[in-house]
Design a protein around this ligand. Sequence first.
Ligand code: FAD
Ligand code: NAD
Length: 468
Amino acid sequence: MQYDVIVIGSGPGGYVAAIRSAQLGLKTAMIEKYATFGGTCLNVGCIPSKALLDSSEHFHNAQHTFKEHGIDIKDLKVNIKQMISRKNEVIAQNTAGITFLMKKNKVDTYEGVGSFKDKNTIKIKLTKGGEQEITGKNVIIATGSKPTALPFLPVDKKRIITSTEALNLTEVPKTLTVIGGGVIGLELGSVYARLGTKVTVVEFADSIIATMDGSLGKELQRVLKKTLGMEFLLGHKVTGAKNNGKSTTVEAVDPKGNTVKVEGDYCIVAVGRTAYTEGLGLENIGIKLEERGKKIPVNAHLETQVKGVYAIGDVITGAMLAHKAEEEGVFVTETIAGQKPHINYNLIPGVVYTWPEVASVGFTEEQLKADGKKYKTGSFPFKASGRAKASMDTDGFVKVLADAATDEILGVHMIGPRVADMIAEAVVAMEFRASAEDIARICHAHPTYTEAFKEAALAATDNRAIHI
Ligand code: FAD
Ligand code: NAD
């Protein structure tokens, strides 16, 4: 078979690239080694984790806040089997949706492992047995990532587990150790803490979600400790973990250089993800991985060293986020079709689906300081929001950073109820290069959480927030 575009991998990068390619009238094929489409995101990432976050949040609220709302429930208990089975049903609906979209857009799909024979020929080791070769004028590598393995900490997938196994536990652990206070550690740690597990997070950096604006990590840590009883060992470098049969022992070095041991029924290793390029046969076409991070190097058009071979998503540099992969899928196919697309990498929002949610876009205060940029800041706490008081979600704040001279918004950092959805307004505003005063003068519906953004913008404009 001869194609205009062959996509290897069916994650949010790959399947979006395939759909856009077909929309542009290009004859397109997509290869996926697993039986279901959707990659990490749909099968073992974004979607299943959010399904469990939603279920566990319902349980937590039923246990802790319903009474105050005037709702009494007797005999409340977790049915973990049903929770996992609902999560699996959500995955099935989403992955089936991608199969439908492939058919609808007339994308040919192949189930098997794809590898380069030469730059235009992909050999597919078919899952059903045998091999097949297809050729393409252009090939897009969208093979994603897998959990980072620490050489001194072998994952046994039984007690010492990654996010993938943590999405499928058959019991609610009494205790759980999470290695890594990044996004995965905090989201999955929250799931089990809400179900009653005592969770200890062991983090090497001095704060959790260390790459986001410093104020967010501080507030999130405070709230997760207060509402879920989560413990945080910061500045602790994990050096090993042991499966004791029915429990685990994690060893770490504390900031003073002492070795500490943390016991837990299970231990989740969430120390990042690594680009996945195994079995792709990159050596056959002369692609060398980056020294640091082992990612596939690309130029500004996301083309590799080999003409006509592109790479997108987790397998290349940048944030490992589904929406970043999707944008790149569209970018590359439009480039192939001769268009001149653009991605503003500074305006890719980052979200953590804990409760309160955390969301960010643009520069952090730490980055502005390091760059010597003159900026002003305005904050508004959710405890002063009428909507937040009504729903009893008063933790958190919105912070707006604006250029001291021009008032242009440079960064927006939010922690609070539904900020995962609220951040979109900040992204739109920044894409249109809005000033803080632009937001401050735009009418926001009352009572909504979004008023906190307007108030923070008012505070940044010239310290004239109304409700505080
Ligand atoms: P992937 O989704 O990893 O897909 C790559 C696909 O390629 C896989 O299906 C793989 O089987 C296939 N493949 C690999 N090699 C071959 C080969 N040789 N032949 C054929 N097929 C191959 N991001 C967010 O933005 N929001 C979230 O809420 C979020 N939550 C997450 C929660 C968890 C627990 C995890 C682990 C990740 C989460 N992420 C989230 C990150 C997100 O899942 C990734 O950034 C995203 O999936 C990357 O997309 P991708 O298309 O680059 O690769
Ligand atoms: P991460 O990079 O967010 O966090 C890993 C943490 O582990 C870091 O804070 C790091 O300091 C710590 N760490 C590393 N080695 C350690 C050691 N030896 N001892 C103690 N701590 C150590 O990675 P993650 O949480 O595994 O997530 C992986 C990727 O998946 C991220 O890039 C993220 O973008 C993506 N993801 C996104 C979402 C979302 O968008 N909501 C959700 C889950 C995952």
